[in-house]
Design a protein around this ligand. Structure first.
Ligand SMILES: *Cc1c(COP(=O)(O)O)cnc(C)c1O
Length: 424
């Protein structure tokens, strides 16, 4: 499907990088064909090395909420870079950044900056274990929380796509302290807490799942997590690395009016730079070194250039951004539903705000068991059709597509037309 320049680059890449990519889903394995090598991006467009142009629904897998290369963010990055790339010492900018994040996430009394979502979730789990002095963590099938050992259990998208239930290289003992349940299964969660509540350090959840495709929480599911954790002295962790600043400025917690004990953020808060954060309740975060006994550190944590990009992004998250995302999202959802219905293709479109998935599945998807019933062959053919029509959709049935504030009504119209043609 892809151009000859990308093909040649992919061959060179495979000779020096495992699978030719620095993160597995980029390899297009789930849809066949070769990945497009991206030369640059601007607004809602990405451009291939051969000069081809695409309407982008990957958005760097989440960060590009304002669109790529937003001029104000670029200016902030350039300005910060002139002042030095890294000091390994406190800066005023990181204080402003932490204050800005706390203003959006009132549950985050204190927070730490790290460099990736993986680091954020890994650290949050360590803090929860240190705080509760318990070992067991609970996660849900199909939720992805980064690639730390104890979180690579039934972890959706990249892993699900490759059909690897657990990663090799994860010691059995480590995986044993992670218990998994079906997403949206409240009775199973209650039953687990009834039998093992005293051992559970934390429950970690994607409040809206993006990593098995877009799967919203059923009414009462998130509330059940919060109340059971509270009752049994466990720490609730909302992994908002994807949903944070996307579903609202204050993420899923603002959208649903909830507050978790700990929150993890990444992607959008870094504005395209490597920056993430974890934080939450004052008493829980007080165990973090140098205040307490839980060690967590990072040479580049709170990097001045990354923090500048993050601050510039957060400052531009005005209500109009979310109104636009909602309007474009609704139009895309309606267009995809209509296209599938007219083509008589069994499909379910699921959306929360600017996260959307077209499941090739005739039933609603509420869990990994249901998501995995989707027709991935049909998805692959549709994806190839979209790509050939200039639409860069996530290359897996199990990855949510993202809208940005840079998308336009014309982009949506064009995308729906391409979707219609690609279903035929
Ligand atoms: C992307 C993601 C992560 C991992 O973040 P990285 O920056 O890729 O390490 C963790 N949790 C969720 C929900 C994510 O979507």
């Amino acid at each position: 499907m892809s151009d000859t320049i990308s093909q040649a680059l992919f061959e060179r890449a495979r000779a020096v990088i495992p699978g030719g990519v620095n993160s597995p889903v980029r390899a297009f394995r789930a849809v066949g064909g070769n990945p497009v090598f991206i030369a640059r991006a601007k607004g809602a467009r990405v451009y291939g090395e051969d000069g081809s142009e695409y309407v982008d629904y990957v958005g760097s897998w989440g960060p590009a909420l304002l669109g790529h290369a937003h001029p104000d963010v670029l200016r902030a990055v350039q300005e910060a870079a002139e002042g030095g790339l890294s000091f390994g010492a406190p800066t005023s900018r990181e204080v402003r950044f932490a204050e800005a994040v706390r203003a959006l996430y009132p549950g985050m009394d204190k927070l730490r900056c790290v460099s990736s979502g993986t680091e954020a979730t890994m650290s949050a789990i360590r803090v929860a274990r240190g705080f509760t002095r318990r070992d067991v963590i609970v996660k849900f099938e199909g939720c992805y929380h980064g690639h730390a050992d104890h979180l690579l259990v039934k972890a959706g998208s990249g892993l699900a796509t490759f059909g690897v239930p657990d990663s090799a290289g994860v010691p059995e003992g480590t995986a044993k302290t992670t218990l998994t349940l079906a997403y949206n299964d409240i009775p199973a969660l209650e039953a687990l807490f009834n039998t093992r509540g005293g051992e559970i350090a934390a429950v970690i959840v994607e409040p809206v799942v993006g990593n098995m495709g877009c799967v919203p929480p059923e009414p009462g599911f998130l509330e059940a997590i919060l109340s059971l954790c509270k009752k049994h002295g466990a720490v609730s962790i909302f992994d908002e690395v994807m949903t944070g600043c996307r579903l609202a400025r204050g993420g899923a917690q603002e959208r649903y009016g909830l507050r978790a004990d700990l929150t993890t953020l990444g992607k959008i808060i870094g504005g395209g730079m490597p920056l993430a954060a974890y934080g939450g309740r004052e008493d829980v975060m007080s165990v973090v070194a140098p205040l307490g006994p839980v060690y967590q550190a990072g040479t580049l944590s709170g990097n001045p250039v990354a923090v500048a990009a993050g601050l510039a992004t957060i400052e531009r998250l005005v209500p109009e951004v979310y109104e636009k995302l909602e309007r474009l999202g609704a139009a895309l959802e309606a267009g995809l539903k209509d296209a599938a219905a007219k083509a008589s293709v069994p499909a379910t479109v699921q959306r929360v705000g600017s996260m959307i998935t077209l499941f090739f599945n005739d039933k609603p998807v509420r869990s990994w068991a249901e998501a995995s019933q989707s027709d991935t062959k049909r998805f692959a053919a549709w994806h190839a059709g979209m790509l050939s029509r200039g639409i860069y959709w996530p290359p897996s049935q199990y990855e949510a597509a993202f809208l940005s504030a840079a998308h336009t009504d014309e982009d949506i119209t064009r995308t729906v037309e391409a979707a219609r043609a690609s279903l035929g």
